[in-house]
Design a binder for this molecule. Structure first.
Ligand code: 3PG
Length: 307
């Protein structure tokens, strides 16, 4: 059995070593394809793979067609919007994610971006503090909960909204104030941290309509996905309201325009960095390796995300 790690954005070496240990202990072979850049290289590498460990790498029908022996893909991470689940099911391939394994890393980066914005991107002028500010957590899953935990240390006033009503119980258990709608969350909070997945329902859902409700000096932090943003209406809003700030870990398609329209109030990492820590790489990578071994040896389908 051959397990391929195909990561255009590589894991830390220590994580690859840990994955190798798990895979080889199970008697399987590990192959590594990093920074492949072009899809052609991915198509070539997947040809002999029985199992695949990926990150944000796009696994579509073409990749699945080329991976004739493939039985399982594990997205080492949370969001699996980069995998065509229907095509995987049609190809008889099981798809899993590794929920929770990289959430602390993403949550910590949300605060890195918050402080950077609050301190005017370290330009030497007087900024503000996070203490006492109203933080709105938009979606209360694994990352949202970690954001809440850290925000308590900063002394923030924490509110949250999640489209799934069941999340209210977790909010209450964590001592967070649940609000009844996204509109209310944006309307009340000085800072909103986005943790919604990219789904057909959420794509393009964050723009003027919601962000425009934020109080003066409002700050939107995006460590979720670029696809959830309505870039056109957010750009227009930032042009109109010179008080608003947008910090994102996922470079928008219209990055150049954001830089121009909101200079000093906008920042984007050059590459998504939220989960890019040794700890998150180790946790998610080793979880992925264990899930593959459990699936191939015992048929364990825990964390399967396709039908
Ligand atoms: C996730 O969905 O797990 C995060 O967005 C991290 O993605 P990455 O593995 O591509 O950094």
């Amino acid at each position: 059995m051959k397990v391929l790690i195909a990561t255009d954005k590589p894991f830390a070496k220590i994580a690859v070593d840990g994955i190798r240990k798990e895979i080889e202990a199970a008697g399987y072979e590990l192959a590594l394809l990093e920074k492949y850049g072009e899809k052609a290289k991915l198509l070539e590498a997947v040809a002999g793979a029985d199992a695949l460990i990926i990150r944000s790498d796009v696994i579509d029908a073409e990749v699945l067609d080329a991976a004739k022996q493939l039985k399982i893909v594990v997205r080492a991470g949370a969001g699996y919007d980069n995998v065509d689940l229907q095509a995987a099911t049609a190809h008889g391939v099981c798809v899993m994610n590794t929920p929770g394994q990289n959430s602390n890393a993403v949550a910590e980066l949300a605060f890195g971006l918050m402080i950077m914005a609050a301190r005017n991107q370290y330009n030497g002028t007087s900024g503000t503090e996070l203490k006492g500010k109203k933080l709105g957590i938009h979606a209360y899953g694994n990352v949202g909960r970690n954001v809440a935990r850290i925000a308590k240390g900063f002394g923030m006033d924490i509110l949250a909204y999640d489209a799934f009503p069941a999340a209210v119980e977790s909010m209450r258990a964590d001592g967070i104030t649940p609000v009844g709608s996204a509109e209310e969350l944006y309307g009340q909070c000085d800072i909103v941290s986005l943790h919604i997945p990219a789904t057909p329902e959420t794509k393009g859902s964050i723009g003027r309509e919601l962000v425009g409700r934020m109080p003066k000096g409002g700050m939107l932090i995006n460590t979720a996905r670029k696809e959830v943003i309505d870039e056109e209406s957010l750009l227009a809003l930032l042009a109109e309201r010179a008080d608003l700030r947008y910090m994102t870990d996922i470079m928008p398609v219209r990055d150049a325009e954001f830089r121009e329209v909101a200079a000093g109030r906008y920042f984007s990492t050059p590459k998504k960095m939220g989960a890019q820590t040794a700890e998150a790489n180790i946790n998610a990578g080793i979880a992925a390796a264990k899930q593959i071994v459990g699936f191939l040896k015992d048929g364990c389908e825990r964390f399967r995300v396709n039908k």
